[in-house]
Design a protein around this ligand. Structure first.
Ligand SMILES: C[S@@+](CC[C@H](N)C(=O)[O-])C[C@H]1O[C@@H](n2cnc3c(N)ncnc32)[C@H](O)[C@@H]1O
Length: 226
C-alpha cells in the first residue's frame, strides 16, 4: 500500500509498520467525543506517529465530508443534526482497525509516490496493481477539495500502468476525459455504483485490460449467457 499524504500515511504506518493498531483502536473506543476534547486533541502537536494517526481519524470522522485538506472544518449539523458525533462510529472503527491489525504481517506500507512504486515493480510477473487516484482528471474539482495531494499527471499514470507486466485495476470518476484516455490506451472500462462522502449514489469507472469478470459477476442469478 502506498500513500503520499502524511496524515493518512500516519494511520497505515501506526497499524501496519509500527504495530500500534491495538493502541489506536483502544484510543478511539475510549475517547469521549465532545467539542472540547476534539479541540484539545487537534490543537496539540502530535509527537508520535500513533498520535498523528489518532488525529487523522478524528478529523476524518468529524470534519465536513471527512476532508483532511487545508481549509476543512468540523461538522456543524452533520447527519441527523448530530454534529461532530454524527459519523463517529467508535466501535466500528475499532473493529476495522483490529481486523487490519490481525493481517498486518501480510501487508507492507510505503509512504511515498505510488507512480514511482508502479514503475519500480512494473516488470514483476507476480505483481498486480490496484490504483485509486485522486479524482482530478479533466479539471474535476471534487478531488482538489478532498485531498492535500490532488495533483497527479493522469496521462502519465495511464502510460505507466499500460507498461506493467501483471494485471491492474483502476477506479476513476466517470467523465468524458477519463473514458477518452482509457480508449486511447486500449483499456476496458465498466461503470459501477458507489456512494460518495454524502452517501449519495453515484457511479465510478473501473478501468482494466479486460473487465469481463466484473460484468459476469453482476449478472443476476439465472441470467445465463456468457
Ligand atoms: C481516492 S483516494 C484513495 C484512498 C485509498 N484508496 C484509501 O482507501 O485510503 C486518493 C488518495 O491518493 C493519494 N495520493 C495522491 N497522489 C499520490 C501519489 N502520487 N502517490 C500515492 N498516493 C497519492 C491521496 O493522498 C489520497 O489519499
Amino acid at each position: 500500500m502506498i500513500e503520499l499524504d502524511e496524515q493518512v500515511a500516519a494511520v497505515w504506518r501506526a497499524i501496519i509498520t509500527d504495530g500500534d493498531g491495538v493502541w489506536l483502536a483502544d484510543r478511539i473506543a475510549n475517547f469521549g467525543l465532545i467539542h472540547d476534547s476534539l479541540g484539545k486533541v487537534l490543537s496539540e502537536k502530535a509527537r508520535t506517529v500513533r498520535e498523528r494517526a489518532f488525529q487523522t481519524i478524528l478529523k476524518n470522522r468529524t470534519y465536513h465530508g471527512g476532508i483532511l485538506a487545508p481549509g476543512s472544518a468540523p461538522l456543524k449539523s452533520g447527519e441527523n443534526g448530530k454534529g461532530i458525533a454524527s459519523r463517529w462510529y467508535a466501535d466500528t472503527l475499532k473493529k476495522r482497525i483490529l481486523a487490519i491489525n490481525d493481517i498486518r504481517l501480510r501487508l507492507k506500507f510505503v509512504e511515498g509516490d505510488g507512480m514511482e512504486e508502479v514503475r519500480k515493480n512494473a516488470h514483476r510477473r507476480d505483481a498486480v496493481f490496484f490504483v485509486d487516484p485522486p479524482y482530478t482528471a479533466g479539471g474535476k474539482q471534487a478531488g482538489r477539495r478532498l485531498y492535500t495531494h490532488s495533483e497527479l499527471d493522469h496521462e502519465e499514470l495511464f502510460k505507466v500502468i499500460s507498461e506493467v507486466t501483471g494485471d491492474f485495476l483502476m477506479t476513476y470518476d466517470n467523465t468524458d476525459d477519463v473514458r477518452d484516455l482509457a480508449r486511447r490506451y486500449g483499456f476496458d472500462f465498466e461503470l459501477v455504483a458507489m456512494q460518495n462522502t454524502h452517501l449519495a449514489k453515484m457511479t465510478e469507472l473501473l478501468i482494466g485490460r479486460n473487465l469481463d469478470w466484473a460484468r459476469s459477476a453482476r449478472k443476476p442469478p439465472g441470467a445465463g449467457g456468457l
